[in-house]
Design a protein around this ligand. Sequence first.
Ligand SMILES: Nc1ncnc2c1ncn2[C@@H]1O[C@H](COP(=O)(O)OP(=O)(O)OP(=O)(O)O)[C@@H](O)[C@H]1O
Length: 325
Amino acid sequence: MDPIIKLQDLSKHYGSQKAVNKLSLEINRGEIFGLLGPNGAGKTTSILMVLGLTEPDSGSATVCGYDATRNPILIKRKVGYMPDHLGFYPQMTGMENLRYIARLNGLDEASISQRTSTVLELVGLKDAGNKKTSAYSRGMKQRLGLAEVLIKSPEVIILDEPTLGIDPAGVKEFLELIKRLSAGQGLTVLLSSHHLHHVQQVCDRVGIFVDGELLAQGTLTDLSRELFGNTGLETVIQLENIPKSIDYLKRTFASNASIDAFDISGEVLMFRTTEDITPKLIRTIIESGEDILSVSKKEYGLDEIYQRYFENSNSKTSKGETGTL
Ligand SMILES: Nc1ncnc2c1ncn2[C@@H]1O[C@H](COP(=O)(O)OP(=O)(O)OP(=O)(O)O)[C@@H](O)[C@H]1O
């Protein structure tokens, strides 16, 4: 299947400032892709080029089969865009704001009522539709912004920093909503963020963007492998007592090709493995006659991954400022 978004060597400078450098990326239909990077990394510029709203210096962006630079109007029909700063008419209700956007998007009057009600319900604002938006919380405004994006039944939605300024409960709700929409409606989602944990909660794949460059992309497991090799998994098993069968355990585990490192310290057994073999480890230990008190697993998360890429990038460019992540 052809990717729904295909970027090839996309570059953009503002004067002598390099905003995006040779960005190549493919996003598949129905996927949730997170563009992750600190402020000024070039996320918004990339998004504007995908939408055909900013012309690249070189390279190409194809969205839903159309060249974004040559067909921005067609792209606008297929792609919904939620910018990082939303504006509504404060004296109008959520429903009125949405109707206004529906008209701007060319929906015919007969279908506007039905469509606005459906979309308000989708984003969980059915009961707040008749409230003025001046009374909306930041999280509600964000959901209304999403409703505006959805009103034209897009194939792709692009959300620029969609969780900015929302409280943790609101973020969780918003991300769950995105997931539901993507799964239920087959929507492709491209979202940008500098919040690691938000991206981690919702995205199928992520791209790490620093100083205009896409340093890496893939699933978290891919990125973890790329950075940490095949030693990204750690299992720690706490026994009730110091094991009586140390020699047996050492022999058994030494012959397991998936175990990279193994250590026994008192009652604690630590394994570094190339794949998750925790059930097997537990079975072997129980069969050797030992009792287990607890098991914990650690997989390198986005924190470590992002930090590592970011550190590498900084040492490469010798930039003093690392910014906050
Ligand atoms: N219209 C513009 N004119 C001049 N420079 C710009 C313009 N837009 C962006 N830049 C510069 O390009 C670089 C990338 O900016 P961009 O807004 O794309 O990054 P970002 O990752 O979206 O960051 P943020 O989250 O802060 O918006 C920055 O150095 C920014 O100052």
